[in-house]
Each structure stands twice: as C-alpha cells, then as structure tokens.
Design a protein around this ligand. Sequence first.
Ligand SMILES: Cc1cc2nc3c(=O)[nH]c(=O)nc-3n(C[C@H](O)[C@H](O)[C@H](O)COP(=O)(O)OP(=O)(O)OC[C@H]3O[C@@H](n4cnc5c(N)ncnc54)[C@H](O)[C@@H]3O)c2cc1C
Ligand code: SF4
Length: 532
Amino acid sequence: MNDIVDVLIIGAGASGAAVAWSLAETKMRIVCLEQGEWMKPGSYPSTRRDYEARSDGQFAISPNQRKRDTDYPINEDNSAIKVTNFNAVGGGTVLFGAHTPRFHPSDFRVKSLDGIADDWPINYDTLAPFYDINDRVMGVSGLAGDPAYPPKPQVMPPLPLGQSTMALGRGFNKLGWHWWPSDAAIASVEYEGRAPCINLGQCGSGCAQGAKGSTDITYWPLAIRAGVELRTRARVREITLGPDGMANGVVYYDADGVERFQAAHIVIMACNGIGTPRILLNSMSARFPNGLANSSDQVGRNLMFHPYVAIFGYFDDELDGERGPANSYWSHEFYETDLSRGFVRGFCYEFRRGAATASTAITGVANGGIPWGGGHHDAFRRRHRRGTGLGAICEDLPKAHNRVTLDPVLKDIHGIPAPRIDYTLSENSRRMIDFSVARGIDILKAAGARDIEFDAPLANGGWHLMGTARMGKDPATSVVNEWGRSHDVKNLFIVDGSLFVTSAGVNPTPTIQALALYVADQIKQRLANLFD
Ligand SMILES: Cc1cc2nc3c(=O)[nH]c(=O)nc-3n(C[C@H](O)[C@H](O)[C@H](O)COP(=O)(O)OP(=O)(O)OC[C@H]3O[C@@H](n4cnc5c(N)ncnc54)[C@H](O)[C@@H]3O)c2cc1C
Ligand code: SF4
C-alpha cells in the first residue's frame, strides 16, 4: 500500500479533485490523501423537517463550531473575519453556494492598471480554456452574452428568476444598473446523470438532490474511474524532504490514528488557503527551518478573505422565502476601479433569497425588528417570506501582515499545530464596504423594500481563503512560479486558493479549479524535464 507513488495529492476539495482528474489520463500512479470522509447526501439537513437546526450543528460552516473529528481547530481571535470551510471529499464545495463567476481580465493586471499589489504572472487568456473545461465538468448554468465578460461558452440554460430576483431586478432596472443570470454550478436541466435543481434552498448545507456540482459528485467519480486512489480519513502532518532537497513523501495519520509514511515522486498541495500554509509551515527541516518552500518568508502571508456585506429588506408581496438557489443572479456594475468612489478596485453583488422560518424569527427578535408582546405576530407576518437582499463581495488587497502562522498551543486531535489567523481590514476595504452598503440601500429602496438592514462586514463570512502561497516569477516575493511549482522544491506543487496574487471581487472557486487544471496541464507538458 505504501510503495512509492508517482503523484501524491493532499486534499480532495475543489482543486484536489480537478488536478487528480486531469492527471489521471497520464496513467501515472496517483494517490490523494483527504482528512475527511465521503458525505452521504441522505444525511444532509434538507432531508429532514428540522433542517434549520441541523444545519447549525454538524453542518455548521465554522469548523470551530462544527467540531467534527475530521475538522481542525483555528485560532481566529485576532481576525475581524472568521474562517468557514468543510473538510470532506469535495471540501468546501459540499457547502458552497455554487456561485461560479470567473475573474475579469483586469483582475490579473491590478498593478499595471491601478498601481496596487502585483500583476499575476498569467492572464485571463491563459486560464480561459481551463475555465471552459471546468464549467463542463462542474456543470455550470448561465446565460451567454453578459456584457461584464468576454464571450464564453454556456453549458446549461440559466436558473429561473423567482420572485426575489424579480423584485431586486426592478430596483436595478429603475437605476439603469447591470444585472445578469449568474454562472452557477447548479444543474438547471438534467446533466451528466445529475437531476435538476428543485429549489430546496439548502445549497449551503449540502444538496441532497445532487443538482449542485460539489466535486464529490463531479470530478471525483471520473477521476476514480480513471484509476486515481482516494484515501479518506488520512490527515497529513508534514511533507518530508530527501537529502537531494526534493520532497520525498508525507507523514500522515490513517483512520485508526496510526502514523504512516507515503513516499512520492511529486507532491501536490490542495488543502486551501489556510490548510496549505499550515502544513508547509509544519514541515520544518534543517534546510527549511521556517517551513517548507519558505525561503522567501511568504508562506502564510498575504491572506485575503473577501469582506462580505449583506443588505436586506422586506416587501409587501410574498417572495420566495428560502426556496431556490441562494445566489443565481449578479451585478457587476461597480466592479472596475473608479477613483471618484474613494477606493481602488470594486465588488460584485450577488442576489439573495430570503430567510427560512426559524431564522426569520430569531434574527427579527435579535435585531429588534420583531418585538415581544403586542404586535409580535404581526411583525413576524410582515417579514416571513417577504425578505430578500444582496451580498457584496468586496475585493481584498494582499497585505504581508495578514497571515497564517502555527498556533503555539492549540492542536488538532492528532497533535498537529492549529493555524492562527491575524487579519485586519484595510482602509481601502472599509471604504468599499461603506460604498457597497450605500448603493445596496439605493437598490433596495428603488425596488420598493421597507425596513432595510445590513451587516458589514459579515463576521462569519471567511469562506474565500486566498493568497498565502502566491505565484510569481520572483522567488524573493512568491512561493511558487508561474505554473504552480515551488521555487525552492522542484517536485512540490500548489493548486489551491493559496496561489492567488490578488483576490478579485468575485467568488474564487472557478479560478481555483481553472488554476488546478492549468498546473496539471503544465505538469503533463513538462513531464520529461519537470525537475530541471
Ligand atoms: C459556506 C460556504 C459557501 C461558499 N460559497 C461559495 C460560492 O458560492 N462560490 C465559490 O466560488 N466559492 C464558495 N465557497 C468557497 C469554496 O468552497 C472554496 O473556494 C473552495 O472549496 C476552495 O477549494 P480548495 O481546493 O482551495 O480547498 P477546499 O475545497 O477547502 O479543499 C481542501 C481539502 O483539503 C483537505 N485537507 C486540509 N488539510 C489536510 C491535511 N492536513 N491532510 C489531508 N487533507 C487535508 C480538507 O479536508 C479539504 O477537503 C464557499 C465556501 C463555504 C464554506
Ligand atoms: S436549491 Fe437546488 S441546488 Fe440548492 S440545494 Fe436545492 S436542489 Fe440543490
């Protein structure tokens, strides 16, 4: 079982699945180690009547709240934004909202265009063919012709509008601002054996219908059929280094907690923007006393979340409530830099649905919108199934002091140090947040909403984890080169969100997966001289 393998992938989430699938055609011996398990869709909260309560326990988005033994704790006391993730086959895509926008071409050139941060060493055209492949494998619905993007193929027709989107769309139309059906990894029609979306509205705690393209039902079955071996409940502690300075394998704990060694010719990290720097920093050796591949001291730095804004209002007519995919329309009206707004770069709006019944009651009581005593039921009725709103995804800029390090005290159940997050919001983000709230209120008012409320930034909104092992041409300022290979260790690759040079103002997963496919393609093309 533990003979040397050709390729060892750590992490079976969005990027690990994509890189495994792409490399499978080489017929190399490929093994993926994943600390979590296969999920059983029949156990997802949406299959039971008490789904709201259940989605807050074992399916909570915060690992510190969820506390499955497949999770690891995170010290986020010194962070304005808390991390959310999921540790299983499929990784974060088990819980993700499946909103799958691409980056804009400008996102790869912010230094040239805006004089900030850095340009990426690759551009939109480099990734375009891999975005296309990823859209097909993940199964993306949408509508061709969005003026916010260069032309791109469409895989499935868009998801239906619903009452909430129609209400918000009326506001955008009045103001003359851009809105369009989102690209969403949700089947709008039968697709590759997947049933279409039936509007359960529980994408955020696992789609029992199988309409949402989490990678456990998209890439993984294909990769396994092509010969990739996926070992679950296998938690990697560290990557080991041979006397030649090359990675020679990993130490991991198996399902029984037994320490094992797996030798490999190539190691690929796909543990996300927190998990990857954690394992690199924990892989110390005489040659790399500050962590593997970290001669630049860049591992763990430049952590980017997207500061998230929620703006919500209530309407007189009944809308969708929580029914329907959470985010299936978007606006890119404020995406590109306009310095008259007081900040660089921008954000997109996601159109939301409403809250479910218990959440409507709990939030309303907590924020004073639903009083106790006289008027209680009336106030509840004026809100229940009558609310909807927008989420703004604000571009975050890379800052060296926003970082992941190893916590000196906190450990997971295997004794591996937990990551510690230090993160503060920049002045640019604060201004962007304020602007996105103000325009969001304009839109909701134009749509006819009353009782408008907002939350900015969302404290539990750290679902996009980026930048902590960034790519670049200069080994002094980046961790991997322009095709994902470590500058320091020539058989070590990274394919997850850690690679990001900047964060853009859209959800990152299609870009993470396009990067993973692009790195796999580079590996395939260079197999003869991969380690030169
Ligand atoms: C609630 C929620 C909603 C989201 N909504 C969206 C959305 O609408 N659109 C979007 O684009 N993105 C969304 N995201 C983000 C999306 O899930 C991530 O961007 C994506 O999953 C990241 O891919 P990744 O491959 O970098 O890491 P992940 O998918 O997080 O995969 C990493 C995997 O590595 C494993 N791992 C980590 N450490 C180890 C170790 N030491 N040993 C073995 N295995 C390990 C983990 O268990 C995990 O399975 C959402 C996330 C959450 C939590
Ligand atoms: S809304 Fe659609 S995609 Fe989301 S959980 Fe329900 S069926 Fe699945």
